[in-house]
Design a protein around this ligand. Structure first.
Ligand SMILES: Cc1ncc(C[n+]2csc(CCOP(=O)(O)OP(=O)(O)O)c2C)c(N)n1
Length: 928
């Protein structure tokens, strides 16, 4: 009967003990005394009653031996709740000691034994050299190219264990693991592909010289993983810190979604993400940790390369980044594995009977660990092992050379294998491996642990020779001087082993594979007849979009490929009917009776639900969208995601994730709803979007539209589906839709081409004196302006609907350039449409003027633009349009200024303005 007796003893002893902090040991790396106080969170409590502690520990051990770990866990939980009941306010520290989570005794045998270990170490050394040589060579030739040596130097072993034992390739019957590679470790991944025979020497010789290489008939290698630039190689762009981690989580989750919906066969695939410890500072890196554990994503493994440094200096110089991440990941429900010390530390820990060694490691902050990494064995003996007699005794069992060679966990293949093995087999939660390494490992005095190591791109001769010797590379001095790449003969033991391991794991990684699978697109009339033949019916373009999507979801072939995504606000966009129709995806199904059960709009969660409702995380929703939009390549299964969101919280909020999706050759629809600076009345400054179309225009493979009418929207969506699903083009669509109800006309005959190319005439006029171009929600104001001009001022007009200024501008740029380069080219579409007339042209957009300005060069007449520059305001649409000078009256007035130019005086124009009730002395909308 342990509990009661033990509990009584426990509380008694706690009351007796007075905890005392260990005094930190001042550390003097250069002989000077420094204030090196250990931060409070790294100071452990001292034992005031060792005998009592020993009794408790013995009790725990005896339970473990007699009844096993389950019983021991139960007792500890029971103790913990008793402590809480007694008001102790105690909780288990989230931080475990600064040692490996996996005990040496629990390590599995290394596959292939010591022979394999030795070979793999040699292979890693070759890769280190080739990666280094690649960067140094490029920078010797062109100092501006840049590149990184130190990151891969620290991560090489972490990658190699993955490549040799875990990262499974795509085969005919297995879709393969997915790996998110730390971007600035790219040289190492290229170095491996070179040994594998996937890249040639000329490719390596053109690292970061993609343009020049192509002109010489070589591939050239992009700086970081960029599927756009190396479409058969890289799968996931990670160059912008933080994007890799959140994308990896949502990728793992999307794989589950596909499985639960029965679209993808359930396979034991893994998503691996290798990231830097500095990268974990990015909000996106940590943003979705709880989603991963909530959804029990045991198909996900993060390996955080804790080399303790970022670019400028230590990640957490005054603490332990590993402990901090342990707390964060552990708190979020992840399985955390600390991989801190190599096998050569095991005998030292075995000798550490007093616990002084562990205590010293607990207290040594990262900035100090970095300093130790940068110094030799003698220094470390003096300053680390020299701290007290117990440590001195442990250090005395090693030579300086051995101290120098003591490995950190992330450089020990055996330890890494044990951690990966545990992660690979862990069930019920994602795993993070916190692997401690040295930045610039092996770069010697030139780089290892140096503050400046991240930016080191060149090495002196002596350093290169030292590197060669350090990794026992069979290179002559001359070969080192020439920075020759080293590739052992195909029948060498190293190459045979390397190839055999990859063959056993199904082939090479990373591969980006596209199968060219197409999905039949239903005829436009089947899902959008209501829009094509609207006949004046009132609806908003958002309503039209949702109705089309509802119809597409019902399509026999396409339906299951559609992925509706929202962050929140499905109700705002009128999508609540889809809850019932296709359900909201939840891995757990629905464990509660929804409040609105029985209603036709009932909130329905289901394991095979089709809607991804991500909660208020635009970063999460776009990551899901990217996973779906690239499924055609990643899983060989084309999907058609529609992510519908407040347009202001798209390009502005998560523009970098959209840029990464573009890099990844995403295909899908981004729908900027409640769009337009004056169309989303009431919401004011941070909601009213006047810029997303401008940003969208800067993304090369993003095709953006601002349709005014439901039929325009229908044609655009149809063409988008044709291009992405039937013609397999690597483009994605950004379409703005609004919540303003409007009488929707039917589609005029022959307007399809104009809609798609960017403008079509909606109100032709005989010899117009002014041409009005209206876009999106402001087409209505433009039409009203034409009525004013015709009705009150007898000015002949013509009105055009501009569906896309950016498509018009792109066409203009291409035609103009073709001409400059002496190629035959038709006029740009906008030039053709506006023809030979020199009547002035007035363009109006609910976005900043830079959007309509983008076509100025191709407008063959005097051109005036009106837009919504400035901060949004909370008010009615009418008030907003007057404020931004984009309502019918202001448009008409702008037109009259051109029509009457040189014919009417300023005073006469003021009379016209007052007739239109316009205040000509109001401040500029964008003035401060
Ligand atoms: C969003 C973003 N900000 C800044 C950078 C520039 N940058 C590239 S690497 C790096 C430091 C990375 O440190 P860490 O993640 O610790 O990786 P390590 O090189 O130490 O392995 C920085 C700031 C970037 N790539 N992306």
């Amino acid at each position: 009967m342990l509990p009661d007796g033990i509990l009584a003893k426990f509380f008694g002893s706690i009351c007796r003990s007075k905890c005392r902090n260990v005094m930190p040991i001042p550390f003097t790396p250069d002989g000077l005394r420094m204030d090196m106080s250990t931060p409070d969170h790294l100071v452990r409590h001292i034992d005031t009653d060792e005998q009592e502690t020993a009794e408790w520990l013995a009790a725990l051990n005896s339970v473990l031996e007699a009844a096993g770990p389950e019983r021991a866990r139960f007792l500890l939980s029971r103790l913990s709740s008793a402590a809480r009941e007694a008001g102790l306010n105690w909780r288990d520290a989230r931080i475990t000691p600064y040692v490996n989570t996996i005990r040496a005794a629990d390590e599995p045998p290394y596959p292939g034994g010591s022979d394999a270990l030795e070979l793999e170490e040699r292979i890693a050394s070759i890769l280190r050299w080739n990666a280094l040589a690649m960067v140094v060579r490029a920078n010797r030739a062109h100092g501006e190219l840049g590149g990184h040596i130190a990151s891969y130097a620290s991560a090489a072993d972490l990658f190699e264990v993955g490549f040799n034992h875990f990262f499974r390739a795509r085969t005919v019957d297995f879709l393969g693991d997915l790996i998110y590679f730390q971007p600035h470790s790219a040289p190492g991944i290229y170095a491996r592909a070179f040994l594998e025979g996937r890249l040639g020497e000329n490719d390596l010789a053109h690292y970061r010289q993609e343009i020049r290489a192509k002109s010489l008939g070589h591939q050239g290698l992009s700086s970081y993983p960029h599927p756009w630039l190396m479409p058969d190689f890289w799968q996931f762009p990670t160059g912008s810190m933080g994007i890799g981690p959140i994308s990896a989580i949502y990728q793992a989750r999307f794989m589950r979604y596909l499985e639960h919906r029965g679209l993808l066969q359930a396979q034991p695939r893994k998503v691996w993400g290798v990231f830097g410890d500095g990268e974990m500072d990015e909000p996106e890196s940590l943003a979705a940790l709880s989603l991963a554990s909530r959804e029990k994503l045991d198909n996900l493994v993060f390996v955080i390369n804790c080399n303790l440094q970022r670019l400028d200096g230590p990640v957490r110089g005054n603490g332990h980044i590993v402990d901090e991440l342990e707390t964060i990941f552990g708190g979020a429900g992840w399985n955390v594995i600390k991989l801190l010390w190599g096998s050569d530390w095991d005998p030292l820990f075995a000798r550490d009977l007093s616990g002084e060694l562990v205590d010293a490691l607990n207290r040594t902050v990262d900035g100090q660990l970095q300093t130790f990494a940068a110094h030799d064995g003698a220094f470390n003996r003096e300053h680390f092992f020299g701290q007290n007699p117990a440590l001195q005794a442990i250090g005395a069992t090693l030579t300086d050379e051995e101290i120098d060679r003591l490995k950190r966990g992330g450089h020990d293949l055996r330890k890494i294998f044990a951690a990966y093995h545990a992660a690979h087999h862990h069930c019920g939660a994602p795993t993070v491996i916190l692997a401690q390494t040295k930045k610039g490992f092996g770069m010697g005095a030139a780089g290892q642990g140096k503050m400046t190591t991240h930016q080191q791109k060149k090495l002196e001769r002596e350093d290169l020779l030292e590197f060669r010797d350090r990794f026992r590379l069979p290179l002559s001095d001359e070969q080192v001087d020439q920075l020759e790449f080293w590739k052992p003969a195909p029948d060498s033991a190293e190459m045979r082993h390397l190839q055999a391991r990859r063959a056993a794991l199904g082939g090479y990684v990373p591969p980006r594979v596209t199968t060219g699978t197409t999905v039949p697109v239903p005829a436009l009339v089947t899902h959008a007849q209501f829009a094509l033949e609207a006949g004046g019916k009132e609806m908003s373009t958002t309503m039209a979009l949702v109705r089309m999507m509802g119809n597409l979801l019902k399509d026999e072939h396409l339906g299951r490929h559609v992925v509706p995504i929202v962050a929140d606000e499905a109700r705002t966009f009128g999508m609540a009917n889809l809850f019932r129709q296709v359900g909201i995806y939840s891995a757990q199904g629905q464990l509660y009776e929804p409040e609105d059960i029985g209603s036709i709009l009932a909130y329905r969660e289901a394991k095979d639900g089709q809607i991804l409702e991500e909660g208020i995380s635009e970063a999460g929703a776009i990551s899901s969208w990217t996973a779906a939009a690239t499924s055609y390549a990643v899983h060989g299964l084309p999907m058609l995601p529609f992510y519908i969101y407040y347009s202001m919280f798209g390009f502005q909020r998560i523009g970098d994730l959209i840029w990464a999706a573009a890099d990844q050759r995403a295909r899908g629809f981004l729908i900027g709803a409640t769009s337009g600076r004056t169309t989303l009345g009431g919401e004011g400054l941070q909601h009213q979007d006047g810029s997303s179309l401008l940003t969208a225009a800067t993304v090369p493979n993003c095709v953006s539209y601002d349709p005014a009418y439901a039929y325009e929207l229908a044609v655009i969506v149809d063409e988008g589906m044709q291009r992405m699903l039937a013609r397999n083009e690597d483009v994605f669509y950004y379409i703005t839709v609004t919540n303003e109800n409007e009488a929707q006309p039917s589609m005029p005959v022959g307007s399809r081409e104009g809609i798609l190319r960017g403008m079509h005439c909606v109100s032709p006029g005989e010899q117009p004196e002014v041409r009005l171009l209206g876009a999106g929600p402001l087409l209505k104001e433009t039409m009203a302006a034409a009525d004013l001009l015709e009705g009150i001022f007898s000015v002949r007009t013509e009105v055009w609907s501009v569906t896309s200024f950016s498509e018009l501008a792109r066409d203009g740029i291409a035609c103009e350039r073709a001409r400059r380069l002496q190629h035959a080219s038709p006029d740009p579409w906008v030039t053709q449409q506006l023809g030979a007339s020199d009547s002035p042209v007035i363009a109006v957009s609910d976005y900043v003027r830079a959007v309509p300005e983008s076509i100025r060069a191709y407008v063959p007449a005097h051109y005036v633009t009106l837009g919504t520059d400035g901060f949004g305001r909370s008010d009615t649409r009418a008030a907003l349009r007057d404020f931004f000078e984009v309502n019918a009256k202001w448009i008409a007035y702008a037109a009259l200024c051109e029509v009457y130019a040189g014919k009417k005086t300023a005073a006469e124009m003021r009379v016209i303005a007052s007739r239109l009730e316009l205040d000509l002395d109001k401040p500029l909308s964008s003035s401060l």
